[in-house]
Design a protein around this ligand. Structure first.
Ligand SMILES: NC(=O)c1ccc[n+]([C@@H]2O[C@H](COP(=O)([O-])OP(=O)(O)OC[C@H]3O[C@@H](n4cnc5c(N)ncnc54)[C@H](OP(=O)(O)O)[C@@H]3O)[C@@H](O)[C@H]2O)c1
Length: 241
């Protein structure tokens, strides 16, 4: 019996991934801020699902993660799907700072807690859902794109650190393109993917222990193309959704 903890399982991608692991018979620990959504997941498979209200921006989040792991009797895979993001063409500081608090501070808090847990245990797998938005700075969503790049780099750093410390840890950085979830608010985005399809690809990437998984193939091509664009051209492109 394998055990996964998913932070940010109350909606969108995290919720669909949780359902797939439930269908595969895993013990699934789900967390987020919304109690009713956590409870409705638990009702679907009460013998397999454990819930914990966790706000990643709060100092007590690591303590609550440990309480969830204790309920489950351990953790083999940690998946961080919590995140916020908004377009911010007028550069409102509150939006930028809230994005950093969740996607940077909350991300550090939770990946550090999982890293230390697996360090003690001697093995484990940390997976995070970042985004293709980290590939380039996006004027439409400065904090979102920058925080996603931060996540990409931070996972590279943790991977190197764990090897320096001779730990048996695995890391998977999952980078989806646009997915139809509440995060996007509307469905006017191009190349929009279904959360159920993306969840399947995420479960596959985790089971194969892929180091970086860009989802899907169309976005893999787009990212290759974006990377070829020199900065002096990129900053002149009006990239909107
Ligand atoms: N949708 C896309 O196009 C897309 C593309 C690439 C990457 N992503 C990334 O995928 C991840 C999941 O997003 P989604 O699209 O599935 O959006 P979503 O449906 O809005 O889900 C976001 C999840 O994050 C949780 N969350 C937000 N703030 C939190 C906090 N302070 N503490 C704990 N949990 C928090 C939410 O739970 P509560 O509200 O219950 O706390 C929710 O479960 C995000 O990291 C996002 O950046 C999304």
């Amino acid at each position: 019996m394998k055990r996964i903890v998913i932070i940010g399982a109350t909606s969108g991608i995290g919720r669909e991934v949780a359902k797939l692991y439930m269908a595969q018979g895993w013990q699934v620990g789900v967390a987020g801020r919304r109690t009713a959504e956590l409870e409705s997941l638990r009702q679907e498979a009460p013998a397999q699902v454990y819930t914990q209200v966790i706000d990643v921006t709060s100092d007590d989040a690591p303590k609550k993660l440990h309480a969830l792991i204790e309920q489950m009797g351990g953790m083999d895979v940690f998946l961080l799907s919590s995140g916020i993001g908004k377009q911010n063409y007028v550069l409102q500081p509150e939006i930028e700072l809230a994005t950093a608090a969740t996607n940077v501070e909350g991300f550090i808090r939770m990946t550090n807690a999982a890293y230390h847990y697996f360090e003690q245990q001697g093995s484990g797998h940390i997976a995070v859902i970042s985004s293709i938005a980290g590939t380039k700075g996006l004027g439409a969503a400065s904090a979102y794109s920058a925080t996603k790049r931060f996540q990409n780099t931070y996972i590279d750093a943790l991977d190197q650190l764990s090897r320096m410390n001779k730990l048996n840890l695995s890391f998977t950085d999952i980078r989806p393109g646009f997915v139809a979830t509440p995060l996007l608010k509307d469905d006017s985005y191009p190349m929009l993917m279904k959360a159920t399809d993306v969840a399947q690809q995420i479960v596959r990437a985790i089971s194969k222990k892929k180091r970086v998984a860009i989802i899907d193939w169309k976005y893999r091509l787009l990212v290759c193309f974006w990377r070829l664009i020199p900065r002096w051209i990129w900053v002149r492109l009006p990239v909107r959704n």
